[in-house]
Write a protein that binds this ligand. Structure first.
Ligand SMILES: *Cc1c(COP(=O)(O)O)cnc(C)c1O
Length: 241
């Protein structure tokens, strides 16, 4: 485990908050309109604990089994304020129960079947699982997410599931070097979000923007940025298994 970097997390977190602040100022939004999700995939619990000690409470994880190990280890430490866990990776049907039992949020719903399983498997003693529909906004074939034309139908079906609470839309467009080009793709995601709200879906979460493009995402209306490397530095690779 790398822990020589731990003492930097509070500076790095502050730098990310400064970037969020500057981006919000640039478009006349309050800082409080943007949530920072710290993406801790492949990092050890020491890194998560250090970020938590520096004030971070919401963490994003991509790999389910790795995440469950960390969530379980940290829950036995009874940290306060409690950590919130967001699943931002793909979910196979054989992992839905683990996700329903351990996470607070899921950003990556793109199939009704997965949503139905999550709702059915959400334990009664927990509140509803907070979920976002993932939209494939730039239409790349390799990527997860529903095509924009199918977002409304999926959102309406998900909104009916009793143990899920539909909160918004998530997207992972490819970042380019060009701020304006990034803004244009994010604006497209925002338009999909608006279209769902225009038919009364009452969504409040637009999950878009990462280390490289959070300014463009905030300018285009993001309410939640998912930031890994700008906080934790370069990640160790994912150990497959
Ligand atoms: C890894 C990851 C991030 C964070 O990426 P960085 O470039 O390290 O900020 C955000 N969102 C998703 C879905 C990811 O998989």
């Amino acid at each position: 485990m790398i822990n020589t970097l731990d003492t930097n997390y509070s500076d790095r977190l502050q730098q990310v908050h400064n970037r969020i602040h500057a981006a919000c100022q640039g478009c006349g939004r309050p800082d409080s309109s943007v949530t920072l999700l710290a993406v801790s995939k492949t990092l050890g619990i020491d890194a998560i604990q250090a970020a938590h000690a520096a004030g971070q409470t919401a963490f994003g994880e991509n790999y389910i089994l790795e995440a469950i190990a960390k969530i379980t280890a940290l829950s036995s430490l009874a940290v306060s304020p409690p950590l919130l866990w967001h699943c931002i990776g793909p979910i196979q049907s054989n992992k839905t129960r683990l996700v329903a039992e351990h996470f607070d949020w899921v950003h990556t719903l793109d199939r009704l079947k997965i949503a139905e399983r999550l709702s059915a498997q959400r334990p009664p003693h927990l509140g509803p699982l907070q979920v976002c529909i993932q939209v494939n906004a730039d239409g790349s074939l390799s990527k997860a997410g529903v095509p924009p034309s199918e977002a409304l139908a999926l959102a309406q079906a998900v909104a009916k599931l009793p143990r899920l609470r539909l909160r918004g839309v998530m997207s992972i467009p490819d970042a380019s070097e060009d701020f304006e080009a990034n803004c244009a793709v994010f604006a497209h995601v925002h338009a999909i979000f608006d279209a769902l709200n225009n038919v009364g879906m009452g969504l409040d979460t637009l999950s878009m923007g990462m280390s490289a493009d959070l300014e463009a995402a905030i300018t285009a209306g993001s309410t939640l940025v998912r930031v890994g490397s700008a906080i934790f530095g370069q990640r160790p690779p994912h150990a497959k298994g």
